[in-house]
Write a protein that binds this ligand. Structure first.
Ligand code: BTN
Length: 270
């Protein structure tokens, strides 16, 4: 484990990671065995991509990010109260399956965060507000998939969000009234990510489809689809075997795949 200026010792770790506590709580064979901790990082996804020569399962964790990135080119607010990390994966799989892996990672996080659900494709929500986002990025060598970086950001002990995020974002603390150890939560997340990654490698997305559907807060909702300059409402009715969203608008049924599409609830975030 490489540590870049991270506090250690037996002190509450609501605002920083404790290397000892992570090690103590981690129960994995691959994911996080090699852990790179940063007090401050630009973006753990960027760092993971820059260091993609490191071994599969290497995890990059930052106490805070100065240039955290979200999906669709958005900024990801990453102060000291959250768990921000990226997992370097090197699956032997066709690039077509990358989006499936992203959905599987959402299932893994959902399993750890009690009472949460998934807003398609991979936001984790609590009480209709976003508590966690996942950004998956692939590195190619020509046509060949070299590695995948799965970046996960969980709002953990955040007490307050800026005005523009208040209605759409929440934290575990705001929902439960309890602060929690970032290190223990990280170890739990890595454990479940490993379980799901192994099952995905063995059985594919099919092994997760039912669970994903049951966990998906978007299904059976009226949603607003924003695609390029177009915006329209539709009814989210189902998922394909591949995890694409099937929506009905008017007489038309349409399959929405991940890409550059944003799906929002009609009256709120979900
Ligand atoms: C989203 O919902 O838009 C995805 C947010 C992903 C944020 C995480 S935090 C750790 C990793 N590093 C980043 O810069 N982004 C991801």
């Amino acid at each position: 484990m490489k540590t870049n200026n991270i506090k250690s010792g037996n002190v509450p770790d609501y605002r920083f990671f404790s290397e000892e506590k992570i090690k103590e709580s981690l129960n994995t064979k691959l994911i996080g065995k090699n852990l790179v901790l940063y007090e401050t990082a630009t973006s753990t996804n960027t760092l993971a991509k820059e260091n993609s020569h490191l071994s599969e399962g290497t995890v990059f964790v930052a106490n805070e990010q100065t240039a955290g990135r979200g999906r669709l080119g958005r900024v990801w607010n990453s102060g000291k109260d959250g768990v921000w990390f990226s997992v370097l994966l090197k699956p032997d799989m066709h690039p077509d399956k990358i989006q499936n892996l992203t959905l599987v990672m959402a299932v893994a996080v959902k399993r750890v965060i009690e009472k949460s659900s998934i807003k398609w494709p991979n936001d984790i929500v609590l009480n209709s507000k976003k508590v966690c986002g996942i950004l998956t990025e692939a590195c190619f060598d020509g046509d060949k998939l070299k590695s995948i970086v799965v970046g996960v950001g969980v709002n953990v002990n955040t007490e307050e969000f800026p005005e523009d995020l208040k209605n759409v974002a929440t934290s575990l603390y705001l929902e439960t009234g309890e602060k929690q150890s970032k290190s223990v939560l990280l170890a739990k997340l890595l454990g479940e990510i490993e379980v799901c990654y192994n099952l995905f490698a063995e059985k594919g997305f099919n092994a997760f489809l039912d669970e994903y559907k049951k966990s998906c807060a978007t299904l059976n909702q009226t949603v607003k689809i924003c695609k390029n300059d177009e915006e329209y409402t539709a009814q989210a009715i189902d998922l394909t075997e591949n995890g694409e969203l099937i929506v009905k608008h008017g007489e038309n049924t349409e399959t929405i795949s991940f890409g550059e599409v944003s799906v929002r609830g009609l009256f709120g975030y979900v």
